[in-house]
Design a protein around this ligand. Sequence first.
Ligand code: ADP
Ligand code: MG
Length: 585
Amino acid sequence: MTIRRLPEKLINRIAAGEVIERPANVVKELVENSLDASAGKIDVWIETGGKALIVVADDGSGMSRDELLLSLERHATSKLPEDDLEHIETLGFRGEALPSIASVSRLCITSRAKAGKEAWSIKVAGGKMFAPKPAALAHGTRVEVRDLFYATPARLKFLKTDRTEVGRIQEALKQLAMAYPEVGFTLKSDGRTLFQVSALKGDPVEIRLKRLGAVLGEDFIKNAFSIRAEREGHTLSGFAAVPTYNRGNAQHQFLFVGGRPVRDRLLLGAVRGAYRDYLARSRHPVLALFLDVPPEFLDVNVHPAKAEVRFRDAALVRGLIVSSLRQALQAAGHKASTTIADQVLEKALPRFYPQGGNRPSHGAFSGLQEPLFSGTAPTARVEMEEEDQHLEQFPLGAARAQLHETYIIAQTRDGLVVVDQHAAHERLVYEKMKKMLSKRGIERQGLLMPEVVELDEALVHKLLKRSDELAELGLVIEPFGEGAVVIRETPALLGEVDVKGLILDIADDLADMDESLKLKEKLEDVCSTMACHGSVRAGRRLTREEMNALLREMEATPHSGQCSHGRPTYVELKLADIERLFGRR
Ligand code: ADP
Ligand code: MG
């Protein structure tokens, strides 16, 4: 490795910019340097949120005395061997970070080149560089940044509380740790260890998953499926969570391009697109995706902090992400409900067995001291119709009961299923509408008595403006004088509809909706509104036949494991699970 000054011509093409705004930027730049130096272990110490001290120590390739001197010069780098901005394979390439940090702090770098006999130390403070001195260091590089922004009080004022800055540092380090499972990381803040992961060896996919578990929590692993896809040299890998494992913001989506953490709009948009059918707009899936793009198809030189990138073939990248996520989501369609069952058990079990996992006695959790009954339990026999036995062979089983006019309880061959009839119905309506729309259009049924609905003139206007689109979705609306509309037909698949409620809610949807959006693009919203007023909504008593019909439809419908808002539509408990609940296992 040799550091050299970049030619003037190249410097002018580099997206220059002050990248050091806060302590987390310093940590990111220094840790990236350590990673570029092939470190196997990187330790970070900070004091008072990084303002008083940041130390990054690594066991990487190190620097000689001369290299140390050069490393502090602007646009001196060892990383652009061919002056080729189209082929950047390292995290750094601009030769800007160290001089930038040096200009806003008191900096000391100690380093020992791999082949070197001795270590050297160099200091910069107040814009003055001191001559390198021999130092003691076994291997690698140790960078100390003291009194960040001491000479620029304005920037110091701009910082948030220490706690917030520590949080940002931790976030930056965790992201790099996700991308480099073969490297060990530690973070200590004011003497306390905040983060620690050891270097992993072995199969790349396995160690990546293990590292993600260490950073994002073991729960993520339990709920995640693996992604692997390739298109024209672009590869996508990583892990994405089932839709039911979602969060209120997109902060839990970790995207990497060429090992570089990015928050790129194109990528985030592609993720949103892939999950659109499964999640409400306000919910966000948790995932960590790693995209590798041939260097000539990628420009990382567009953003000073390198947080955004530019793809030569953006459509290909988007397509790759959307299609591989969708495919995996489809395959994982039924997984959601089993994970939920595990969660139910996990929540239930520790409460039932507070210490040491003893078997509970009868009434242990209802506060009763005496068993409810002693002796042998009467052997109750439930008469079982033959038809029912046959239905138990189906994955969602035979409907046995409806509880609270909301939940269907079905018996399966080896367990039981609880269905949220409303959520399930909503999903079915959505999937059917989608399918019908792509074929011959949505079937309508005429109302025996056309229904007049009165509403705000503004809403009437909004509804009538969309009447063609609504007709396509099975809802035929016509004007009816001032402040009213008349509804003549409704979507057949909704069954009996509460027309008035439906129209009022659809009008509200339209009021919230961007006028330029097509209703079809908001199909999930429209469908959930429609399903709310259809015949299987919550609070409606269903006959045994209706319940069984719903179960059979769910089995035949893709993605029926979650409603379009990412909630599960059913939970399955196997007999073994139930036995665990009661301490029989
Ligand atoms: P860049 O990373 O863009 O090259 P920097 O200012 O971050 O620019 O670093 C300048 C140079 O100093 C790097 O190119 C590298 O040769 C050397 N360097 C910096 N940090 C380390 C380190 N931890 N180990 C070895 N060399 C380093
Ligand atoms: Mg760098």
